[in-house]
Structure formats: C-alpha cells, structure tokens
Write a protein that binds this ligand. Sequence first.
Ligand SMILES: Cc1ncc(COP(=O)(O)O)c(C=O)c1O
Length: 448
Amino acid sequence: MSDDPPVKAGSAVANDLSAFWMPFTPNRQFRLAPRLIDGASGMYYTTPDGRRVLDATAGLWCVNAGHCRPSITAAIQAQAAVLDYAPPFQFAHPAAFTLAGRLAALAPGDLDHVFFCNSGSEAVDTALKVAIAFHRMRGEGARTRLIGRERAYHGVGFGGISVGGMVNNRKHFGPMLAGVDHLPHTYSREHQRYANGEPAWGAHLAEDLERLVALHDASTIAAVIVEPMAGSTGVLPPPAGYLQRLRRICDRHGILLIFDEVITGFGRLGAAFAAERFGVTPDLLCFAKGVSNAAAPLGGVLARAGVYNAFMQGPEHVIELMHGYTYSAHPMGVAAAHAALDLYAEEGLFARALALEPVLAKAIHDLRDAPFVEDIRTIGMAAGIDLAPIADAPGKRGFEMMRQCFHELDMMVRVSGDTIALSPPLIISETEIGAIASRFRAALTKLA
Ligand SMILES: Cc1ncc(COP(=O)(O)O)c(C=O)c1O
C-alpha cells in the first residue's frame, strides 16, 4: 500500500496515482513521470501544467474528426437529458435503428444489418460468435475453426487474443480458444521496405489459407478474420491483391471472411471503410472507435444480408441470437455516432484523408535519414516507423521516443515495441503534418 495521501476529490492534478490500474501501461514507471491530459480541442490536447500537445494519434486511432467537436458534445448532452438509457433486449430506442440504417448505407455491398456493442473487443467476439452460429444455423455445425493471422490485434477478449497474433498479448493467458489457426503476417522488410501504400510484394501469402484448408478441411472452418491494414502491430498495409485473393479462397470453400475495421473504419484510409478502398466486401465487418469519434463508447458488427437472413428462419417468437450487451446501442454512444457521421459528411473528412495521403506520406518518408529509422510504411492517414531496437532491450527505444515526444516536443505518438505509429485526426492541416514530421525528427535527434 502506498503511504501517499489520497487523491483529493475534484483536484485538477492527481497527487496519488496508485488506485487506477492502468491498461497496457507500465504502472509504476508511469507514476514517476505521469503523462496527464485534462483537456482537448481540435488537433490538440492540454495538460494540467498548461502545455498544448499535438495529437498525432487521434487519441487511440479513434478521434477522427478532432477533439471536443461542439456538435457531438451537444448531441450527447441533449441525449443525456432526454433518454439516459433504454434496455436493448426486447426493447429499443428509435435512434439505434436510424443509426444502423446510416451505417448500412455507408458500408459497401449488402452489409445491411448492424449488431451493436461498446468496443472493438466486443465487436470481434460478436463477429466470431456470429460466424460459428451462422454455420450451425445452416446445418454445418462442424464449422467451428477460426483462422486469424500473425501480428494481428483484435482486442483483448479471449476470442480476440485467440485469433490475434501479438505474442505479448497472448502468452500470459493460457490456452485460449481451442481450434484456432493463423495465417502468416504480410510484412517483409526485405521485400517491402519504405512502402508507400500497398506493397507490391506479398499477395501470394493469402494462398496459405489453401494450406490450412488442406490441413483441417474446409468443413471444419468457420471464418477467417483479418485487419485489412494491421494497425496496432505497426501499420502494415495489405500487399496489393492480397485481400482479393483471401476473398476468393474463402468463397471457394464456404468460409466467412471477417474484416476487423476497428481502426480502418471511418476515414482512416480515405474511405468510409477499408473494404471500400480495396474493393473487397467481407461477410462481417467489425467497427468501433471512429464511429462515435470516441466521444462515447460504441462498437458493432455489420453483417451481410445472407448472414443475417440465415438467423431469421425459425419460429418468430424465438430469440435468433443468444448474444448481446447491457449497453448495446447505448443512447449516448448512438447520439455521438449520429453527430460524428454528420460531421464526417459535412466536412468531407474521408475524402480529405485521401487528398492528404500523399502529403503525409512525403513528410514521413522524408524521415528515412533520421537517426535510428529502419523502415517506414504509410497509407491513408496512418504511418508506422520502425526504430532500431537497443541491443538486449527491445521496446526501450520506442518507449523513450514516445516519452520524448510527449514531454519535450509536446506531441502524442503511439508506441508498439520499437515501432511508432502515427494516425492524426483527419482534420489535420498540411502545416500540422509538417509539424508532426519536424517534431518527430527533433525527438529522434535528441535521443541520438
Ligand atoms: C483492429 C482492432 N480490433 C480491435 C480492437 C479493440 O478495440 P477496443 O480497445 O475498443 O476493445 C482494436 C483496438 O485498437 C483494434 O485496433
């Protein structure tokens, strides 16, 4: 137990940081030099000591329209005063249906139905469960196997870490789900170094799915789940043609294809969804984060008509899918999402991301001669920069870079091992893109 005095309720600066067990954070180290944030507006965070911090990560890949947008704030405030909560089991509030309709209209093809939840992790678990249940509904109950991919991040539920492929997120948690296999990841420094957009090399890696089909037989495989662009593992754009091949192999064998678009949805790659950018429609599409501009939690799964209809066959009084969350389609998340979708449309933010893609790509690729830089990948409003690891201390250089950026250069970046990910809000200006690049170089120079 700490001997420090307790936090004074309402004090602007917390003086004892031990009660909050922080997620994905070295808790004890954090307390030595806390990175506290107490305000935000547009492209900037503010800190209790009065600094303005350039947000080069849109929070956690989620504040796509920038911070504290007045129309979203007003929508949440109005909603809180009118309907705080409505149970989503057996009852519903009208705005949930209109939001589902808007999302279906935004999504490609016949992704026409939306199952709501609150986070990306829940969206992934929902999609995996729907996939397995879908086959059972159609009399193919032996199709239970799930195929993920190395270096994938699908959140932190047992389903998500089972199909995920980041070893540190998996190794502490036992055997996880049974009956899971993995495709190889698509990154090769040798063949793809300094890729701008989709790398030319690597589409053939999709053929590994044929090997898994040969090994397990298609009749045991329910679904394949991939991030169209792997985000958390360091921004790995898909090789040109890879997703198309995966789609074809899934179709050949009756396997559902799930896209986890928790990061790529809502403009990150210059389209509503990566599915649209790459011209590949999955059977199930997971979303969260940008759907509500992160102003209130919301996530969900879009399902193609054929998937949804398979559930709508039995007696009408029977619940078709035994699954849901107390906060599915929570009124505050739904209100935030309606307002966020309005903003995205009014300000043309998805097209803006596409138009700015070459500007971000140039600014970040120009860093290739900066100290420690080993590789750079860019696509849409996202960039991954690999730094040379310190011998025997993997992750330390990346962590120091993140700290340096925040404390010395007033910029928030995201670190994953020795890779720094950049994913600014889509409202970013060309000047601010320049500022990200120059601060990044300055931070690296200070580290050198
Ligand atoms: C691709 C992907 N899937 C799922 C998740 C999990 O989302 P959440 O943290 O909202 O559970 C994330 C989070 O970054 C993600 O990037």
